[in-house]
Design a protein around this ligand. Sequence first.
Ligand code: PEP
Length: 253
Amino acid sequence: MIAGNWKMNHGAADAADFFKKLKGEVSTTPKNVEVLVCAPFTSLAASVDAAKGIKTIHVGAQNMHFEASGAYTGEVSAEMLKETGCSHVLVGHSERRQYFAETDETVNLKTKKALTEGIVPVVCVGELLEERKADKHFDVVTTQVEAAFKDVSAKDAATIVIAYEPVWAIGTGEVATPEQAQEMHAHIRSVLGKLYDTGVADTIRILYGGSMKPSNAPELLGQKDVDGGLIGGASLKADSFNELIQAAEKASS
Ligand code: PEP
């Protein structure tokens, strides 16, 4: 899976323009790669509309509330997301954890709510630079994964997508080495194997995120346990996003 995270970029008009360009770029529809674009709330409906005609493209949101409705000013529910036609939602992105007080507990509540509503959660985990320097990265990520999957059945767990995003690599230009990515992805899979079983662990897709771009994607995507990428900066332009789709298609063949 190649997933773009537009963050607070691309309003509805820009979103429509992006998909128009992407349709022009994608010469062959990817056979093995699922493509996801996570757009801002106000661009979701326009994105769903503009993405029609590219079979393998899904549109997702970047956040949601875990309640269905109520006095939560400024928030958007899973039910509302479904109405826009979007199918996925990012949960626990490090920017949400850092700036909007997202906790492991709310990540779990949102994950379960998305699953109940038939929206695929893309659960983001990853350590801070100081945690890696202190050699705590495996423990930090283990805690995040265990918390996110708390009280999630094996059947539901198998549908979740995980994005491993070392916080020190997001938007910094500093990318994890393919070995660092592979090591953490294998670790996450072993945590999932203990929580469920190896069948479920092998089914769950684990994406790498953090300064992925066309030049470093082939090596990262070539790692055994790297099942795709979550991409911020390089997902904003249709041409570089398409290069990432093509790199994933190549890596999967
Ligand atoms: C992200 O925001 O999820 C991300 C990986 O950003 P970037 O690719 O810009 O590092």
